[in-house]
Design a protein around this ligand. Structure first.
Ligand code: PXP
Length: 248
């Protein structure tokens, strides 16, 4: 079983700040608290409309954290150039629609290999590891390998939103198969979206998954118990699920 990393997405700390247009709470301070709670990476999404995280947050977090920065962004020329200058450890390419509340669905790579492939090679040339946020769909997994991404982040949103035991099982089977197929093609496998303390365990137990990126549920829980504790709870839940899967 691959070693596990919890990546904590601090976008919603910036959401709270932007709601008032003031200078607190500070996403970097939250990132440092997340690291103290056991985060092995910090994730931020620099959206085209800059609705939460700002360019200056990304720079401050990249320079201030001790772990690694995973920058989520669209395969858009201006943001690709920003990333190439900043050189975070990882970039995760995501689809982006201005009107959406959060990222809806995975990136379409199949059929757009030239466009996505050009962004992947530009970022890789800058020394950045590139991940593609895709649904656990065989065609997308093959396309991710074809455009030479090193990592796929499997979209766990359909699993998180599934209702009823049969649907949950079906979505989980898709994630398990997707993780196996992606690893079989030499891709590093991450996951994320919609994960909570209540639904994370079966996903964390998938042996090929190395990293889960979790934001909204951790930041929400942090309102009650603080970020360090919220991250600790999530990390312990993931690690316990992995241990019990490994022990059979
Ligand atoms: N991974 C990706 C690619 C995302 O776009 C998001 C949401 O920004 C997350 C993980 C985290 O999702 P959530 O906030 O639902 O935990």
């Amino acid at each position: 079983m691959a070693e596990f990393r919890l990546g904590v997405n601090v976008d919603h700390v910036a959401t709270l700040r932007q709601a008032r247009g003031c200078d607190y709470p500070d996403p970097l301070e939250a990132a440092l608290a997340a690291e103290r709670g056991g985060a092995r990476g910090i994730t931020v999404h620099l959206r085209e409309d800059r609705r939460h995280i700002q360019d200056s947050d990304v720079i401050a977090i990249k320079n201030g954290i001790a772990t690694k920065l995973n920058l989520e962004m669209a395969a858009d020329g201006e943001i690709v150039e920003f990333a190439c200058k900043l050189r975070p450890a990882d970039v995760c390419l995501v689809p982006e629609k201005r009107q959406e509340l959060t990222t809806e669905g995975g990136l379409s790579v199949a059929g757009r290999e030239d466009f996505i492939g050009a962004a992947v090679s530009r970022l890789r040339e800058a020394g950045i590891r590139v991940s593609l946020f895709i649904d656990p769909d065989p065609a997308e997994i093959e396309a991710a390998a074809a455009v030479a991404a090193e990592v796929v982040e499997l979209h766990t949103g359909s699993y998180a939103e599934a209702s009823g035991a049969a649907q949950v099982r079906a979505r989980l089977d898709e994630l398990r198969k997707g993780a196996g197929d992606a690893a079989g093609l030499g891709l590093i496998v991450n996951g994320g979206h919609g994960l909570t303390l209540a639904n994370v365990a079966p996903v964390a137990a998938i042996a090929e998954i190395e990293e889960l990126n979790i934001g909204h549920s951790i930041v929400s829980r942090a309102i009650m118990v603080g970020i360090e504790q919220a991250v600790r709870e999530m990390n312990e839940t993931c690690l316990a699920a992995r241990k019990s899967a490994a022990d059979g």
